[in-house]
Design a protein around this ligand. Structure first.
Ligand code: PLP
Length: 365
């Protein structure tokens, strides 16, 4: 028996009739780019995120980029974000023309450390991007307080946290804007590439809708040079069907995480904290025998695990020019050496979760 890391087919089977019907509606209407399926999804997703507006775009990286451009970020500006994130957060900052300033993370939450964030602010800082990594939100009380004190904008990178809550409020509802990715493996995944920006600021929303469509509000009238970053109609249709199931799927991910937390011994497990309703995009343990454990699980028991992410961003070749060196972000570096992402997806049977936990426990005996 193979224990898959995730199983997108298992999910498709549970919603096949609805998905096939909605896809055929798009084929019959030829509404391939934007259109009703996208605007319907935008209205429903804005409401889901407890915001007023949503713009469907073509991926999460461009959601971040368009939001930064709409916040007037460009050359000469600095944008602060977490050292421990997927490279896309940093790519978007670089593509906006700004300089990324990285900050190490808190070892428990693995999200941006508010004390270090405060120390990284300069007179060039314009925006803070807290990343809600692995499905757990950043400490948003602290981030919003610091942003207010220093008159900075906040863009949430919520690409791994669809539906997560902090003190009862949804990811995406805290900052000036928030970016989501609907890459297929995310908690809410399209059948291809897609993303969105949510905000409750009308002029910011109008700016993002303009930027995603070649800087145009009215067809063939271009106020600025924008991007081609529109969401496809097929993706809007798929996301519209899947959004109705998101809360249930997130609850199933929490079921899997709870079984792991109850059964696993000898490894550091994700903290469960009452202020955070986590959605476990990833279930990430820490252990100093990470590589050996990963090999053992694959070779001996056909269990697939992954590492998110093996090389800290500040040590990536592409970011050499920022001048960071080994030792600059010790917590992020230690995480890169010790983390392991275990199989997790909503349809994962209890027995598979228990089997993985049992084999990990046996490894340490
Ligand atoms: C997936 C992801 C992105 C980028 O989204 P894409 O849709 O792949 O462009 C950005 N930030 C984080 C934290 C992500 O996990």
């Amino acid at each position: 028996m193979e224990i898959k890391y995730l199983d997108l087919q298992a999910q498709y089977k549970t919603i096949k009739d609805d998905i096939d019907r909605e896809i055929h509606k798009i084929l019959d209407s030829s509404a391939y780019v934007l259109g009703k399926s996208v605007s319907d999804f935008e209205a429903n997703y804005a409401e889901y995120c407890q915001t007023t507006y949503c713009s469907g775009v073509n991926n999460g990286t461009n959601a971040l980029l368009l939001a930064l451009k709409a916040l007037d970020v460009g050359q000469g500006d600095e944008v602060i974000t977490s050292a421990n994130t997927f490279i896309a957060t940093i790519s978007a900052i670089v593509q906006s023309g700004a300089r990324p300033v990285l900050v190490d993370v808190d070892p428990i939450s693995r999200n941006i450390d508010p004390l270090l964030l405060k120390m990284a602010i300069s007179n060039r800082t314009k925006v803070i991007i807290p990343v809600h990594l692995f499905g757990r939100m950043a400490d948003m009380d602290a981030v919003m307080r610091i942003a207010k004190e220093h008159n900075l904008k906040v863009l949430e990178d919520a690409c791994q946290s669809h539906g997560a809550k902090y003190k009862g409020k949804r990811a995406g509802s805290f900052g000036d804007a928030a970016a989501f990715s609907f890459y297929p493996g995310k908690n809410l995944g399209a059948y291809g590439e897609a993303g969105a920006v949510v905000t409750s600021n009308a002029s910011l929303d109008a700016e993002i809708k303009k930027l995603r469509d070649h800087g145009s509000e009215k067809k063939y009238y271009h106020d600025v040079i924008g991007y081609n970053a529109r969401m496809e109609g097929l993706q809007g249709a798929v996301l519209g069907v899947k959004l109705k199931h998101l809360d249930k799927w997130n609850a199933e991910r929490r079921r899997v995480a709870q079984i792991y937390n109850k059964n696993l011994k000898h490894v550091t497990k994700p903290e469960m904290h009452d202020d955070y309703e986590q959605v476990f995009h990833l279930y990430v343990i820490e252990t100093d025998k990470r590589d050996a454990l990963m090999n053992y699980l694959k070779q001996e028991h056909n269990i697939v695990t992954l590492i998110h992410y093996p090389i800290p961003n500040h040590l990536q070749k592409a970011l050499d020019y920022l001048g960071y060196k080994k030792g600059d972000f010790p917590i992020s570096e230690q995480l890169a050496d010790q983390i392991l992402s275990l199989p997790i997806y909503p349809e994962m049977p209890d027995e598979h979760v228990e089997f993985v936990a049992e084999k990990i426990n046996e490894f340490y005996c």
